[in-house]
Design a protein around this ligand. Structure first.
Ligand code: GDP
Ligand code: MG
Length: 455
């Protein structure tokens, strides 16, 4: 896999103090092969590796990073750039509602599923979206969208029997029904205007392969409704076909943005790299499952890390290097070893860690933590505030030696910090556990767990 290959490429570098031309050539060769294995298009691989070589041979000899980290950083930077760093643009909304968002892509790409997710997401953001069934190709397409809409609590405009399923609010179809997707799309805009839906999401038909009939229909729908956004939905697992498909839709409907679906599968993201570099269009969202919530704004940096498969470890290294006071860390480690680590040291450490950014982000950068996203979402930053307040309410003697903190001291500290005695108890207990654990760690391995050999 790509990961294995990159790891192999970097393994050779890790043992060396300096990058040589030969090192770089070897690495580049590995990266090229790895990217091709990951189904990145050949022309993309070529320009990508050329840039890596140029940068690696040129300027930057970093004092802060070792050679392996340096190459990782260059690869990561370039990946992020191609994937659209800074693009991160919001959806384009119409000055006069409704905003029209049209979905295009091959059959099975995930358009209908996306319609529900996007509708749900917009609704949560305070919009009043409506879904439109303009896929009249497959017999079950309309019903599928209705089910999706119901689940998302978003009304669906569809030409079935002249009546709409709607997630609560009945949307009547004006005039006679039609099997013509262009007419349905056009009518839906009128309905949205009348019913004050501010966003219209048009689901369209796909084919198993690109064909001109399909493209013409998509173009006709587009020209009938003038969408603010045409989102090209592409299955991340599509492989080498990504380039051809993306180019066909780019030429066919001139889409405004890309949605990468099925990122929950084990595709490494080769398609993302190919599509972004071949079309130059921004990847705006990603889909990561069949559920309504499995949907997020696309993050180029995360995608780059996914391709390198090492979490956002690089960002972590960078931030840590910038902000972490190594001197202080060494002192703390020494104190730990001597069993003198007190709550004031704990407070120092807490503040050092805090400089790195919100805890949530920090934890999210550690490889393997992505699976615990739900827990991370629940992480309460205020908990850190409370901890800080409690320690600040202690006297220096108490901080140095928490063992002296008896019942009346606990009550005083709780009062002073605006918390409760049980909060103080909990903190002291946690501190004791943490101190024990840290002591164990300092006696054992020196490398941090999960640092993937770069720590
Ligand atoms: P359409 O033909 O483009 O409308 O594609 P659908 O929305 O009908 O999706 C095709 C299949 O892929 C369905 O079984 C979906 O449940 C599934 N699907 C869509 N998006 C995702 C995703 O992000 N992850 C996974 N695992 N399945 C998805
Ligand atoms: Mg569909």
């Amino acid at each position: 896999s790509l990961t294995d290959r990159l790891s192999n490429a970097f393994k050779n570098l890790r043992s060396k103090g300096k990058l040589t031309n030969a090192d770089i050539d070897g690495t580049i060769r590995e990266i090229r092969r790895a990217l091709l294995d990951a189904d990145v298009a050949l022309e993309v691989v070529r320009s990508f590796t050329a840039r890596i070589r140029e940068r690696a041979l040129g300027e930057e000899v970093s004092e802060a990073l070792n050679p392996a980290q340096q190459v990782v950083k260059i690869v990561n930077d370039e990946l992020t750039e191609i994937l659209g760093a800074g693009v991160d643009r919001p959806l384009n909304f119409a000055k006069n509602p409704p905003t029209v968002i049209m979905l295009a892509g091959l059959q099975g790409a995930g358009k209908t599923t996306l319609a529900g997710k996007l509708g749900h997401w917009l609704k949560e953001a305070g919009h009043t979206p409506m879904l439109v069934a303009a896929d009249l190709q497959r017999p079950n397409a309309v019903t599928q969208l209705q089910v999706v809409g119901e689940r998302a609590g978003v009304p669906v405009y569809a030409p079935e029997k002249g009546v709409q399923s709607d997630g609560g609010d009945q949307v009547a179809l004006p005039g006679e029904t039609s099997g013509d997707p262009v007419a349905v799309a056009r009518q839906s805009i009128e309905v949205a205007r009348q019913k004050l839906y501010d966003t219209v999401i048009i689901d369209t038909a796909g084919r198993l392969g690109v064909d001109e009939t399909l493209m013409q229909q998509a173009r006709d729908i587009r020209d009938a409704v003038n969408p603010q956004e045409i989102l090209f939905v592409i299955d991340a697992m599509i492989g080498q076909d990504a380039v051809r498909t993306a180019q066909a839709f780019d030429e066919g409907v001139d889409f405004t943005g890309v949605v990468l679906s099925k990122l929950d599968g084990d595709a490494r993201g080769g398609a993302a790299l190919s599509v972004a570099s071949v079309t130059g269009k921004p990847i705006m969202f990603s889909s990561t499952g069949e559920g309504l919530e499995d949907f997020e704004v696309f993050h180029p940096d995360r995608m780059a890390s996914r391709i390198l498969d090492m979490g956002d470890i690089l960002t972590l290294i960078e931030q840590a290097q910038k902000q972490f006071d190594e001197e202080q860390a060494r002192e703390a480690a020494a104190k730990l070893a001597e069993g003198e680590f007190g709550l004031d040291d704990f407070l120092d450490q807490l503040q050092q860690v805090r400089k790195l950014g919100p805890m949530k982000n920090l934890l999210g950068m550690i490889p393997g933590m992505a699976q615990h996203r739900k827990e991370l979402e629940m992480f309460d930053e205020r908990e850190v505030d409370r901890t800080e307040a409690i320690i600040r309410s202690m006297t220096p003697a108490e901080r140095r030696n928490p063992k002296i903190i008896d019942g009346s001291r606990r009550a005083r500290i709780a009062y002073g910090s605006g918390t409760t005695v049980s909060a103080v108890n909990a903190l002291l207990q946690r501190f004791e556990q943490a101190a024990k654990m840290m002591k164990r760690l300092s006696n054992g391995s020196r490398s941090m767990p999960g640092m993937g050999g770069f720590g």
